[in-house]
Design a protein around this ligand. Structure first.
Ligand code: IMP
Ligand code: MG
Length: 181
């Protein structure tokens, strides 16, 4: 396994840039095969911004032309364990009534964040609310939710990179890695 050291932190690579790029293509094909109508893609910021940027471009190549609007939810703050609380810091501007909505998030762990977002948009009359997550960390589900589209199953480790952070650091890494120390 390759690793790099930044500011004294050793980070082991879990999913390489090439593995992620290949998975974006197949994930977009899976999404396109469900033939979404009047699709609105809603990346849940901040951690999903790089995943969403790559996924929507892969979706274009898969023949989709979604609208995209953003939501900022906070559940973690600058800590490495979940507070259990979900808060809307920035809402979407788009109307979701009678549309197929695809939530895009970085990690599905307890499921509280996605369950919250899903309930919110379903209550506004979306015809369907599905979710695409880059990583699923099994074993922590507290809400009854399943990702409709999932990039990779992730080991039970704190991960960073490809948009994901540890106290806002390491989002720029082009791979997903585990902070060892
Ligand atoms: P949950 O599914 O509501 O527990 O929250 C998942 C959210 O917690 C993700 O969208 C991330 O923002 C954050 N998160 C969970 N595990 C990690 C991790 O290993 N690294 C960085 N953020 C994480
Ligand atoms: Mg998140």
């Amino acid at each position: 396994m390759s690793s790099i050291t930044i500011d004294g932190h050793r980070i082991d690579v879990l999913f390489t840039q090439d593995q992620i790029a290949a998975r974006m293509t197949s994930l977009a094909a899976e999404i396109a095969s469900t033939k979404p109508k009047r699709l609105l893609v809603v990346p849940v910021l901040k951690g999903s911004f790089i995943f969403a940027a790559d996924l929507i471009r892969a979706m274009h190549h898969a023949g989709l032309s979604p609208e995209v609007d953003f939501m900022i939810l906070a559940s973690y703050r600058a800590a490495t364990s979940s507070s259990g609380q979900v808060e809307v810091l920035r809402d979407i501007e788009s109307m979701v009534k009678d549309r197929d909505v695809l939530l895009v998030d970085d990690i599905l762990e307890s499921g509280r964040t996605l369950a919250f977002a899903k309930d919110l948009l379903a209550a506004r009359g979306a015809s369907s609310v599905k979710s695409a997550v880059l990583l699923f960390k099994p074993g922590h589900l507290a809400a009854s939710i399943k990702a409709d589209f999932c990039g990779f199953d992730c080991p039970d480790l704190f991960v960073v990179g490809y948009g994901m952070d540890m106290a806002h650091q390491f989002r720029e890494l082009p791979f997903v890695g585990h902070v060892v120390k």
